[in-house]
Design a protein around this ligand. Structure first.
Ligand SMILES: Cc1cc2nc3c(=O)[nH]c(=O)nc-3n(C[C@H](O)[C@H](O)[C@H](O)COP(=O)(O)OP(=O)(O)OC[C@H]3O[C@@H](n4cnc5c(N)ncnc54)[C@H](O)[C@@H]3O)c2cc1C
Length: 410
């Protein structure tokens, strides 16, 4: 016999138990009597546990303007969220509940324990303390706008609420539960969804010859992005060689803009362009005691493995002195060091990307409350929205800050 679904009524229902959903539920419960989170997994916060390789890079140092610059063209949309609840407010929320943080040299904040589980434990405790109903193993299958609010259906439950908050996340790491369900809900309620693609993703490169150098990292390179013979822009940051291509913050942070066929023109000698490298090399070669090529490159800050690789590519034997190099050799070496052109064959997929580009169109959302401009009482928070930040704690901060804004409707 078919079991009848249980009927329940709430003031607010949050779909999705990620950081944005948990924090939105905590915020709503400060104003409303009955609040529930629906989570399709058997527990909340699965992706949060993986964040920062399990250590949780919660946020980053920086002021409002610096933060706003980390989300592509979505900084303006997010400004009220950061104004209302910034990095210091986020750290303070957890510090008041017993978490100590360390700020690393690059500005990233992590809990001192190095455990994302500590962050999740605080959120779970706060949800329980404030009396939010956490309904796990309940996958929202349908959402319907009614005269007085919303109806949400799972396999087992029929829920009613005045407010509905969609916090279903993006599409990255679908095994954590973020598989894009929220986009269909948004569309069914009349919202537009900007097509999604992986962001914060490494790239696979055509005929990549650096595979043998996998694991090699560079503290700072400058990269020019070329498409169909035109330079679109350049950016800089740390770079990592992988077996099949490139990763590291410089690539991850900009991958949202990459397309297969794009050329990344890498300058490993940040601060020195091709001409100035060649000029300095010839000047040094004409002085007394010219060093070996490898030594000269090592002095420029390049690793032994990389120097050998570049020299091999340029056809320069290992024991050669810089004064023994011909003009053609100098030119080839300069090219491989300052204008190394590598073609992207594909951007890695959602199973490896750490964020999602695209999502619910922010132009249809009130940026001061995260409420829909189209449907009263409907809210979108976190990565389900068309926002994605750089690596460094920016995505979690956006999840918490957008969630906190929902309290502004009271
Ligand atoms: C490996 C990895 C490491 C990361 N590290 C960091 C980091 O260190 N710092 C940082 O700032 N960002 C990091 N990020 C990004 C960050 O984790 C996300 O941006 C953030 O989790 C988004 O929060 P959210 O609450 O919007 O969505 P999510 O965390 O994706 O949560 C959405 C939740 O909704 C649930 N859900 C979906 N559909 C339904 C449905 N139909 N019914 C019920 N429940 C549903 C899902 O199961 C999930 O629990 C990382 C991402 C990955 C993948």
């Amino acid at each position: 016999m078919e079991q009848k679904s249980k009927k329940m009524s709430y003031d607010a229902i949050v779909i999705g138990g990620g950081p944005a959903g948990m924090f939105a539920a905590i915020t709503m419960k400060e104003h409303l009597a009955r609040v529930a989170i629906l989570e399709k997994n058997d527990r909340i916060g699965k992706k949060l546990l993986l964040s920062g390789s399990g250590q949780c890079n919660l946020t980053h140092s920086g002021n409002l303007n610096e933060f706003a610059g980390k989300y592509g063209d979505k900084g303006t949309f997010l400004k009220p969220a950061f104004k209302g609840f910034d990095n210091m407010a986020l750290l303070s929320f957890f510090e008041k509940r017993g978490v100590s943080f360390e700020q690393r040299k690059d500005g990233k904040f992590f809990p001192k324990s190095g455990k994302a589980s500590e962050i999740l434990a605080v959120l779970e405790k706060e949800l329980r303390r404030s009396g939010v109903d956490i309904l796990c193993n309940e996958k929202a299958a349908r959402v319907i706008k009614t005269e007085n609010g919303f109806r949400v259906e799972t396999k087992n439950l029929k829920l009613k609420s005045k407010f509905l908050l969609l916090a279903t996340g993006g599409m990255s790491y679908p095994s954590t539960g973020s598989s894009g369900d929220g986009y269909a809900f948004a569309e069914s309620l009349g919202h537009s969804v900007v097509p999604v693609k992986p962001a914060l993703a490494p790239v696979v490169c055509k005929g990549f010859e650096g595979g043998s150098l996998a694991g090699l990292s560079f503290e700072k390179v400058v990269i020019g992005l070329w498409r169909k013979g035109k330079k679109l822009r350049s950016f800089e940051g740390p770079l990592l060689y992988t077996h099949e291509g490139l990763s590291g913050p410089a690539v991850l942070n900009n991958s949202r803009d990459f397309e297969p066929g794009d050329i990344l023109e890498i300058n490993y000698l940040s601060g020195q362009d091709r001409a100035s490298f060649e000029k300095k090399l010839s000047e040094r070669a004409s002085k007394s005691l010219p060093p070996k090529v490898k030594r000269y490159l090592r002095e420029a800050g390049l690793s032994e493995r990389f120097c050998i690789d570049r020299m091999k590519k340029a056809g320069i034997c290992e024991g050669l002195s810089i004064s023994e190099m011909g003009k053609a050799e100098r030119k080839r070496l300069a090219g491989f060091l300052t204008e190394d052109r590598i073609e992207i064959s594909r951007i890695k997929g959602f199973n490896i990307a750490m964020a999602t580009r695209g999502g619910v169109d922010t132009s249809e959302i009130n940026r001061k409350t995260m409420e829909s401009k189209k449907v009263e009482g409907l809210f979108f928070v976190g990565e389900v929205l068309d926002i994605d930040g750089e690596t460094g704690g920016y995505n979690l901060q956006a999840a918490f800050s957008t969630a906190r804004l929902t309290g502004n409707i009271f």
